[in-house]
Design a protein around this ligand. Structure first.
Ligand SMILES: Nc1ncnc2c1ncn2[C@@H]1O[C@H](COP(=O)(O)OP(=O)(O)OP(=O)(O)O)[C@@H](O)[C@H]1O
Ligand SMILES: [Mg+2]
Length: 365
């Protein structure tokens, strides 16, 4: 039984289609990340699961139940928002306890959700506090906490009710880099220890790649691809996904298929597999798969070198069009070429991505 199923789900606000005919099955125990740029419909999709947005079209299921018209309180989900609204007059402990007081809680070994006893509540608070390192702060008020600590209280408040599905909307975006990395690890740990189903919204591809069991990538309300981090990285379904995932992004240039290669100006990018001769395509190569050397089938004129200490980013013009700039990552110990040099570039054929120029869909070869 799946945890959440979107079946042709659409959400319209007047003329705006925020989520467009979404088909997505989230399995039990998955850490599913909804990833995409601002305005692509991630929050709307999440709020529909929570029951905070009406569904314009389609069917939404949680477990084996259609929930289109089920009250948010009866959905057995807990949501953590980007702006964590804690109760300022309550202690951390009372804040964490609040969902256990306001509604019946699912309890192991009992068919029906019920109110917890005081002792049971205390045990759940202690466990959540231990998990999120909040034990020393339980008697403080939120005003006496750092931003990161407050965010962890918001997470703890979601954790205590042990819902069937956790819904998280950019819960780390207010944290500094160090705390974000730490909390990322805590979330992964939480997921692994309890096997909980998490649906997590972010526009940050690093969060998606490091935490997700699967990523659903959206653009303009439409689902672009669903897959493991490795799937979407190694075989992006279209140009949007190819350029959204990876830093620096995948290098791309328009070209034409000729024999076993895509021709871009003077350069030939040999690919694995077969494509129709003369087809207009876009060739894509990730910066880590491009190196200096080889037989000169691809040539670049060095335009820019950035030395970052652990590596250098070398940007070259390939082909006749100055807009076709390809960046490669070079080990920091290697001597970077000089700006203005013409260098041979190489990439293994199986690392060359080919997309249809018109549809932008990946061509399997
Ligand atoms: N209440 C509303 N009324 C009208 N349009 C809305 C409403 N809520 C969202 N939208 C529109 O729906 C689209 C999707 O919004 P949504 O908040 O789901 O995006 P998002 O992917 O979460 O973006 P962000 O990363 O910026 O949070 C946007 O174009 C947005 O302007
Ligand atoms: Mg949002």
């Amino acid at each position: 039984m799946a945890a959440v199923i979107f079946d042709g789900v659409t959400k319209r606000y007047g003329d705006v289609v925020a989520v467009d005919d979404l088909d997505l099955t989230i399995d039990h125990g998955e850490f599913m990340v909804l990833l995409g740029p601002s305005g692509c419909g991630k929050t709307t999709a999440l709020r529909m699961i929570a029951g905070l947005e009406e569904i314009s079209d389609g069917v939404l299921q949680i477990g084996d139940r259609v929930v289109n018209h089920v009250d948010p309180r009866d959905r057995d989900v807990a949501m953590v928002f980007q702006s964590y609204a804690l109760y300022p007059h309550m202690t951390v402990s009372k804040n964490i306890e609040s969902p256990l007081i306001t509604r019946p809680t699912v309890v192991e070994g009992s068919d029906q959700p019920r109110k917890l006893t005081k002792a049971e509540r205390a045990e759940r608070i202690a466990e959540a506090a231990r998990m999120l390192d909040l034990a020393p702060y339980l008697d403080r008020k939120p005003a006496a906490l750092s931003g990161g600590q407050r965010q962890r209280v918001a997470l703890a408040r979601a954790v205590v009710s042990r819902p069937a599905v956790y819904l998280m909307d950019e819960p780390l975006s207010n944290l500094d880099a160090k705390l974000r990395a730490q909390t990322r690890a805590e979330l992964v740990d939480l997921h692994q220890r309890f096997g909980t189903t998490i649906v997590y919204v972010t526009h940050d591809q690093i969060e998606a790649m490091t935490m997700a069991t699967r990523i659903a990538i959206m653009s303009q309300g439409k689902l672009q691809q669903v897959g493991t981090p490795r799937d979407v990285y190694d075989a992006p379904a279209n140009l949007f996904v190819a350029q959204f995932i990876g830093t620096p992004p995948m290098n791309t240039a328009p070209g034409k298929v000729s024999g076993d290669a895509v021709v871009v100006g003077e350069s030939r990018f040999r690919f694995a597999g077969r494509h129709d001769d003369g087809r207009d395509v876009v060739v894509g190569v990730r910066p880590e798969h491009l190196t200096i050397g080889g037989d000169g089938a691809v040539k670049g004129v060095v335009r820019h070198v950035e030395w970052l200490g652990y590596e250098a980013l070398v940007t070259c013009e390939v082909g006749a069009d100055a807009a076709n700039r390809f960046t490669l990552r070079q080990d920091a110990s290697a001597t970077p070429p000089a700006v203005g040099d013409t260098v041979p570039l190489q990439v293994a054929p199986e690392r060359v991505h080919v997309f249809d120029a018109a549809s932008t869909e990946r061509l399997g070869g």
